[in-house]
Ligand binder design. Structure first.
Ligand code: 13P
Ligand code: SF4
Length: 350
């Protein structure tokens, strides 16, 4: 038997293995861990196999957003945009939901499933947009506009959802606002960029909360234009969280799922993608012959990658299932108040 006594509590070793499925660039990992498994179990395991086994043991489902690392996407049972993930969370009969995304997404799953265990691999995986809308300040803002319906983007905390009438996502925001009575004043929170896009698409005046996403505001319009000149054949796909000057250069605007579908039906062979580049993993898997170019951020950073989403790792995902934590919990009064506007969204977007 292998002597583990000289190993530190957690010892990670990475080696090259044949890539998983069709991802030719993937490096697979073997993880040696002494901290999280009983002494009798083997210490060298294929992490993907280990996660699959834990899923079976726990009757767990792994839900992943497109902005997660490629490895995490490959380990997921369902990959989607915020609306798709909320629908999956509402419908699953799994006992445990492992949410490979950010806090507000896992929180939404918990609001829909109070009796299930909902795990988030890294509890610090937050969201700059959700953080830009503190509940006390938003309650005061709401009080300044009595009679207005509150439409909140799902990228907000449970406390903001609890102050809202209907939740929307980037894939249904235009449609939901179009369904509201024409003479009804509407507060739209927290993303001013999505709000402005919805105003443009619906012709409705919205009362906007002044929040934004650090990732989608970092794209450089100047560099995007230069890239378009270099690749005149490429179609520009953009997420509506981008600022209007970037959206003005887009050929197609939509949620992450909509961008993926657009690339599939388009007859173009090259695409410039103005959203978090994690989505490119699914694009390349679905369309290996097509070329996907991430839209460049300002400066020379990798700051178009969401620092919150990228806190999750495959190891943390495995550990969350082994340890049954970090767990999402919520005060019941907030959960019940936040549930109604989420259910309203699910009804209105059928
Ligand atoms: P969608 O999932 O609706 O495309 O939104 C992207 C996003 O920013 C999630 O945080
Ligand atoms: Fe929040 Fe932006 Fe990251 Fe989405 S990409 S989770 S909106 S910070």
């Amino acid at each position: 038997m292998f002597d583990r006594s000289f190993l530190p509590p957690v010892c990670l070793s990475i080696c090259l293995l044949p890539p998983r499925s069709d991802d030719a660039s993937a490096v697979r990992t073997i993880v040696f861990t002494t901290a999280t498994r009983p002494a009798s179990t083997p210490i060298a395991r294929d992490l993907f196999a280990e996660i699959d086994e834990l899923k079976r043991d726990l009757n767990a489902i792994v839900l992943a957003h497109y902005y997660q690392d490629a490895d995490i996407q490959d380990a997921a049972d369902y990959i989607g945009d915020s609306l798709g993930l909320a629908r999956q969370a509402a419908e699953t009969d799994a006992d445990v939901i492992v949410f490979a995304g950010v806090h507000f997404m896992a929180e939404t799953a918990k609001i829909l499933n109070p009796d299930k265990l909902v795990l988030l691999p890294d509890l610090d995986a937050g969201c700059s947009l959700a953080d830009s809308c503190p509940p006390d300040a938003f309650a005061r803002f709401k009080a300044q506009h009595p009679g207005a319906i509150v439409v909140s983007y799902i990228n907000c905390t449970a406390a903001i959802k609890a102050l809202s009438d209907v939740i929307c996502t980037s894939s249904n925001a235009v449609d939901l606002v179009n369904q509201l009575p024409a003479d009804q004043p509407i507060i739209f929170a927290p993303d001013r960029n999505l709000g402005r896009y919805v105003m443009e698409q619906t012709g409705r005046e919205l009362i906007l909360w002044d929040g934004s996403c650090i990732v989608h505001e970092i794209f450089s319009e100047k560099k995007l234009v230069q890239l378009k000149v270099q690749h005149p054949e490429a179609e520009v796909l953009a997420h509506p969280e981008c600022e209007l000057p970037v959206l003005a250069h887009a050929d197609f605007i939509g949620s992450t799922t909509a961008l993926l579908k657009r690339a599939q039906v388009s007859d173009r062979q090259a695409f410039i993608v103005a959203t978090e580049p994690g989505i490119i993993h699914q694009m390349e898997k679905a369309m290996p012959a097509k070329i996907f170019i991430p839209a460049p951020p300002e400066g020379n950073c990798a700051c178009n990658e969401c620092p919150h989403m990228r806190l999750n790792t495959l190891e943390k995902l495995r550990d969350a299932m082994v340890n049954r934590q970090p767990e999402i919990t919520l005060p019941e009064d907030i959960r019940v108040a936040a549930l109604a506007p989420i259910q309203k969204m699910l009804e209105m977007s059928r």
